[in-house]
Write a protein that binds this ligand. Sequence first.
Ligand code: FSO
Ligand code: SF4
Length: 525
Amino acid sequence: MFCFQCEQTAGCTGCTGATGVCGKQASTAVLQDEVTGALVALARTVRAAGMNGDARRTADDLAMEGLFATLTNVDFDDAALADLLARVHAERDSVAASAQVGAAPDYDLAMLWNAPEDARSLKSLVLFGLRGLAAYAYHAAALGYRDDAVSSFLHEGLAALADDEADADVLLPLSLKVGEVNLRCMELLDRANTETFGTPEPTTVTRAVEAGPFIVVSGHDLHDLKLLLDQTEGRGVNVYTHGELLPAHAYPELKRYAHLKGNVGTAWQSQRVEFADLPAPVLFTTNCLMPPAASYADRVFTTGPVAYPGMMHVEAAPDGGKDFEPLIQRALELGGYAAATDTTGTFTTGFGHSAVLGVADTVVDAVKQGAISRFFLVGGCDGARPGRSYFRDFVQQAPDDSIILTLACGKFRFNDLDLGTIGGLPRIMDMGQCNDAYGAIRVAVALAEAFDCGVNDLPLTLVLSWYEQKAVSILLTLLHLGIRGIYLGPTLPAFVSPGVLDVLVREFDVRPITTPEEDLKAILA
Ligand code: FSO
Ligand code: SF4
């Protein structure tokens, strides 16, 4: 196997051999490459056939599902991947037959992994960015929101991977276009979420668990959570979020369920400890699933793109509905805690762009009067590397008159801190999931308008932690917007070649993190 798509890749160069650091088996990595190669073939066939709109719907869905299944910590199940591969091949052949064009052959990913260094780096940037973009498009589609330009671009980007002539002049603009389309897709998902579930409101979330049966829901999928809340209502089973689902508590149409109680645990990399003794089942709707330890393997359920051999998978019916009864029965069997847990502390979330811009006048006045000196966006993915303590230390050392905006699971490094308030505003504001980076961009643009300057001229610094491919798509969005001086850590991606890093530093002033002390000194100088 060869895989170097995530931050924890072996030796910061690539996972090879029998098992990846994430627990992905070599057979699974090979199948994921085959699915990707088949999606490239489908994309080329669809483009040769000139397919658009509804006629392309099945191919669009397969591109979203297939790319999502190859993200880190999503699909560990060879049987599920083999089934997906067969469906992609069948669709390619059907498109070719109906349009009377040749069916493009599968693309061999070894061509990409063995390409000259800079081409390999840029094509990887495109492919991994497309994977993140596809995941966001998948979530929007689950709520009935699609954008033909986004779906069409998935095929355009995939098809380009097979172009052996493409050089940096083609691939660099293409990777920035991934970022441009990802912005459009995050805007679509923002609209899908807020039109379906209401505008997020600042909300305090308990970390204690009540006595009695309960279910923990992890991942990013608000639609799955809503389906489960409907099916558990009045059944004596409470529901708790985990990880990237914490921001669900802020949506009016979700928080109105009295049995959506609170949040269990922290970020994904702690699940093997946090779930070990849990007297409840856990539903994984998306990444980040780790190979379950024996202590709780009989309590893990998956759905959507997530799969793990031997774990119970909840399939969607043709109408999109899901039957969570086996999960509910498991919760009733396990029974939950006999008495409420005494976990102290709360999390606050729900500071989406509407909430922050709702107090824009207060914020602007506070900056003008010198009460707020700087904004930091400290966010992104969490992960297992020890170097990630940087992000907590950074937030703790940030000046007392600064505001910390955060999002995605990286917030769990410091969202237990009480840093006080400025002018009634909490100093740490959780804007939501990783896809809510769209909201942070909206806030930055609005502040720039209020101060009549460019985003790069604002007293704003982005400090991003990355782990997997959604973060890659968001980084490409920020670069597409011309945002300079982003601090990136805990390590640089293995797939960024020295030549490509040179471009990122020269054109975009991307800065690898050093120490909180050094970086803060440079930022505040
Ligand atoms: Fe985290 Fe995992 Fe949201 Fe990622 S749970 S690491 S960027 O999948 O997607 O932030
Ligand atoms: Fe290694 Fe990350 Fe790939 Fe898993 S996803 S095999 S840890 S590079």
